[in-house]
Design a binder for this molecule. Structure first.
Ligand SMILES: NC(=O)c1ccc[n+]([C@@H]2O[C@H](COP(=O)([O-])OP(=O)(O)OC[C@H]3O[C@@H](n4cnc5c(N)ncnc54)[C@H](OP(=O)(O)O)[C@@H]3O)[C@@H](O)[C@H]2O)c1
Length: 255
C-alpha cells in the first residue's frame, strides 16, 4: 500500500527541512501550511527531484475545525498516512496582557488543538495498520515557564507532556511517538513571533540538525533533545528552585 508522510508547517523552517529530508529518503508527502504557492512549488520540486508523490494541502490550522477538515479531505482522497509530523506553530514575545487575546487564542488552537486533533484523527489508520510514527515538534521552552512568552512556553509544555504520555499508551500498538524539543533554531520563528531579544544570536542551530536528530530516532521514538547543552540545561533545571529558573528565563526574554 502506498503511504504518505503528512508534514504541517512545511512551507518554512523545521517543517520544510522535514519535507526535504523525507523526500530524499523516498517518502511520499502531504504538505500543509497557509502559503499555498510556496507549498505547491516545494511539492513540485521534491516530486521531480526524488521521484516521489508530493501534494500541497494548504490550510490555516489555527481556524476552528481546520484539522478535521484536512483529515476528511485526506481520507476522502484515499491517502494512507503512516508518518505525521506536527511542526506548524508560532510564539509571541511581550507582556502577556499587551499581546492581543486573539493572538494567544490562535496560538493555542495551532500549537495545541490542531496538533491533538491531527494525532487523534490520523491515529485511526495507523492503529488499523498496526504501525506508524508521530513526530510532535515541542521545544526546550516546554521544560520551564518562560516569562514574556508565557503562553507559548505553556503550549509547548502541553505538547511535551501529551506526547510522552501518548507514546506510553501506544507502546503496545506498534505506533511510535517522537517528542522533538529543539532549542533556538535558525528559522523564521523569531520574526514571526516578533521576538526582539538578541541574547540568542550566535547560538542558533540549523534546522537540518534538528531534523537529523529526530530522524535518527524514527524506529524507536522517544524524547529528542538535539544538543548536549540543551540536555545539560534541562537536566540541571530539575534540581534548581523553580523561582530562580523562572527569574533567569525572564532576564533572557524581557523585551
Ligand atoms: N525556531 C526555533 O527556535 C524553535 C525552537 C523550538 C521549537 N520550535 C518549534 O518548531 C516548529 C516550527 O517552527 P520553525 O522554527 O520552523 O518556524 P517557521 O520557520 O516560522 O515555520 C513555522 C511553520 O508553521 C506554519 N504555520 C504558521 N501558522 C500556521 C497556521 N495558522 N496554519 C498552518 N500552518 C501555519 C508556517 O507556514 P505559513 O506561514 O505558510 O502558514 C511555517 O511553515 C514550531 O512548532 C515551533 O514552535 C522552533
Amino acid at each position: 500500500m502506498k503511504t504518505y508522510a503528512l508534514v504541517t508547517g512545511a512551507s518554512s523552517g523545521i517543517g520544510e527541512c522535514f519535507a526535504r529530508a523525507l523526500a530524499a529518503r523516498g517518502k511520499n508527502l502531504l504538505l500543509v501550511a497557509r502559503s499555498a504557492e510556496k507549498l505547491e512549488a516545494l511539492a513540485r520540486d521534491l516530486a521531480v527531484r526524488h521521484s516521489i508523490e508530493a501534494e500541497a494541502l494548504p490550510a490555516d490550522l489555527a481556524e476552528p475545525g481546520a484539522a478535521s477538515h484536512l483529515a476528511m479531505s485526506i481520507f476522502s482522497r484515499g491517502f494512507a498516512v503512516d508518518l505525521l509530523v506536527n511542526s506548524a506553530g508560532f510564539g509571541a514575545q511581550g507582556k502577556f496582557w499587551e499581546i492581543p487575546l486573539e493572538r494567544h487564542a490562535q496560538m493555542l488552537r495551532l500549537n495545541v488543538q490542531a496538533l491533538v486533533e491531527l494525532c487523534h484523527l490520523l491515529l485511526v489508520g495507523m492503529l488499523e495498520r498496526k504501525g506508524g510514527t508521530i513526530i510532535n515538534v515541542s521545544s526546550t521552552a516546554s521544560f520551564q515557564p518562560l516569562p514574556y512568552t508565557s503562553s507559548y512556553a505553556a503550549t509547548k509544555s502541553f505538547v511535551t507532556s501529551f506526547s510522552l504520555g501518548l507514546a506510553e499508551e501506544l507502546r503496545p500498538c506498534g505506533v511510535k511517538v517522537i517528542t522533538l524539543c529543539p532549542g533556538p533554531t535558525r528559522t523564521r520563528f523569531f520574526e514571526a513571533g516578533q521576538y526582539r531579544t538578541i541574547r540568542m544570536r550566535g547560538k542558533l542551530q540549523a534546522p537540518e540538525e534538528v531534523v537529523e536528530a529526530a530522524l535518527k530516532r524514527l524506529d524507536r521514538g522517544g524524547l529528542v533533545l538535539c544538543r548536549w547543552l540543551d540536555k545539560a540545561l534541562v537536566f540541571m533545571e530539575r534540581f534548581l528552585p523553580r523561582a530562580i529558573v523562572t527569574r533567569g528565563a525572564a532576564e533572557l526574554f524581557k523585551p
